[in-house]
Write a protein that binds this ligand. Structure first.
Ligand SMILES: [Zn+2]
Length: 61
C-alpha cells in the first residue's frame, strides 16, 4: 500500500523515503515557509474587528 504525499507548501509530490526528514514537506525550505506563514496568520486574523476608542470624552482645554 503506497500513499502519495504532497507538500502542503509547494504542492509538489513527495517521493517516499527521499526527503522524509522534512515530512509532510518536501524540503526544509517549504517547512520554514509554512511555519512562517503560520506565525504571520496569528498576527492578523481575518475578520477581526478593530477597536476604535472614541476621543469625544477628552476634557475641553
Ligand atoms: Zn515543497
Amino acid at each position: 500500500m503506497k500513499k502519495k504525499s504532497t507538500c502542503p507548501s509547494c504542492k509538489k509530490s513527495i517521493e517516499k523515503n527521499k526527503n522524509d526528514q522534512w515530512l509532510p514537506f518536501c524540503c526544509e525550505r517549504c517547512k520554514l515557509i509554512d511555519f512562517g506563514s503560520w506565525i504571520d496568520g496569528s498576527h492578523s486574523i481575518p475578520g477581526e474587528e478593530t477597536f476604535i476608542i472614541p476621543d469625544d470624552e477628552m476634557p475641553p482645554h
